[in-house]
Design a protein around this ligand. Structure first.
Ligand code: TXA
Ligand code: MG
Length: 346
């Protein structure tokens, strides 16, 4: 299949109108979308991703008014969207228009992407666009155009080129359809902020974003209950002390990669890094083309680099990725959730 790779929103909107599938960037991660009104096109998205059929899609809208036409917003929904939309927040709302995908559910996940170019594209597409993250099911979501092209060129009808994701993890998902508002998936908009509007916010434990009817009520081992966002390499989530120790010894530097805060400023630790780089460059094999070290200074920077680093590590056939635990405070919630999922053994 020939894939149209273009920044022309009109051309890419035409594809959606024709029932085609298009990959596009949002402020969180890339999405793979089709018209919410077109069930056949939405089902193709599942095929391309290899996604289980019982995992519903988020409908992406260009305005609050458009959401209100098809869903019951309620006072809380309105307040949340007025504060956080457009932005990385997905709400599960009661559906008014039962013909929207997925037809079997009486709820709809909705969100408004931040980038105005993407909203313009959604508007030109003539309605909402249903899209999961653009990745093969179970793998980390994608945040770089080059990775998107590698996976999806020839498999989808179009790839929309626009500003790349900056947040780096998927949106926060809040359900407003149960007895209490529930945080189904942590993300960049954190529970502490949400609680200002939703003092009764509950946290299903463990975090699980599948609809209740598709989740077995028999207790499962964590490995089967969680949905993974994992690279092929083994991910180790470690304390700062363990992280620094791992740089000094115990891991083959050619088969290992590190992402974290330590080594960014401290001179002593910086020396360790340069020693390891010496080892890498001496051993050659082109391994320095791939930088085995990704140093970050904030949780937000860590979040925005994480999935792209996982992809780069898999491409370089790294076997182990050592991740330093995030810093307590802002940006911790979504990041620790994704790191924990990625580090669960398959
Ligand atoms: O940032 C994001 O949310 C990205 C971009 C592309 O918007 N999308 C994304 O989609 O991460 P996806 O499909 O990977 O995750 C959507 C989550 C899934 O865990 C799904 O189970 C849940 O939202 N979800 C969708 N519709 C739902 C519904 N009606 N009830 C409960 N959960 C729902
Ligand atoms: Mg996903």
């Amino acid at each position: 299949m020939k894939t149209l790779i273009s920044s022309d929103v009109r051309l890419l909107a035409n594809l959606i109108q024709e029932g085609k599938v298009v990959v596009f960037p949002t402020e969180t991660v890339y999405g793979i979308g089709a018209s919410t009104k077109n069930e056949v096109a939405c089902l193709r998205v599942y095929e391309i991703k290899g996604r289980p059929k019982d995992n519903p899609l988020i409908a992406h809208f260009h305005s609050i008014e458009e959401i209100e036409k098809v869903c019951v917003l309620g006072e809380l929904g309105r307040k949340l969207l007025e504060k956080y939309a457009p932005g990385p927040l997905t709400l599960i709302l009661p559906k008014k228009d039962k013909f929207l995908f997925p037809k079997e559910l009486d709820t709809l996940a909705v969100r408004i992407p931040k980038n105005p170019v993407i909203r313009e594209w959604i508007k030109l597409s003539g309605g909402a666009i249903s899209a999961p993250s653009a990745n093969l099911s179970g793998r980390p979501s994608l945040t770089k155009l080059a990775d998107v092209v590698r996976y999806f060129d020839g498999k989808v009808d179009g790839i929309l080129i626009a500003e790349e994701p900056s947040y780096g993890i998927e949106s926060t998902v809040v359900s407003l359809v149960g007895e209490h508002p529930a945080l189904l998936r942590p993300g960049s908009i954190e529970s502490k902020e949400l609680k200002i509007i939703l003092p009764e916010l509950v946290f299903p434990n463990p975090f699980e974003t599948l609809p209740v009817e598709s989740v077995s009520h028999v207790p499962l081992s964590p490995g089967t209950k969680y949905k993974h966002y994992a690279p092929s390499a083994q991910v180790l989530l470690v304390s700062t002390d363990e992280f620094v120790q791992s740089l000094k010894a115990g891991f083959d530097p050619k088969a290992t990669a590190w992402i974290g805060f330590s080594l960014s400023s401290n001179e002593e630790k910086g020396k360790v890094l340069s020693e390891r780089k010496d080892v890498l460059s001496k051993e050659g094999e082109g391994s320095l083309e791939f930088d085995h070290f990704s140093f970050v200074s904030t949780n937000e920077e860590y979040t925005s680099k994480l999935y792209a680093f996982f992809e780069a590590c898999d491409l370089a056939k790294v076997q182990t990725i050592i991740c330093e635990t995030p810093k307590p405070g802002k940006g911790w919630e979504g990041l620790i959730n994704r790191l924990e999922k990625a580090s669960l053994r398959k």
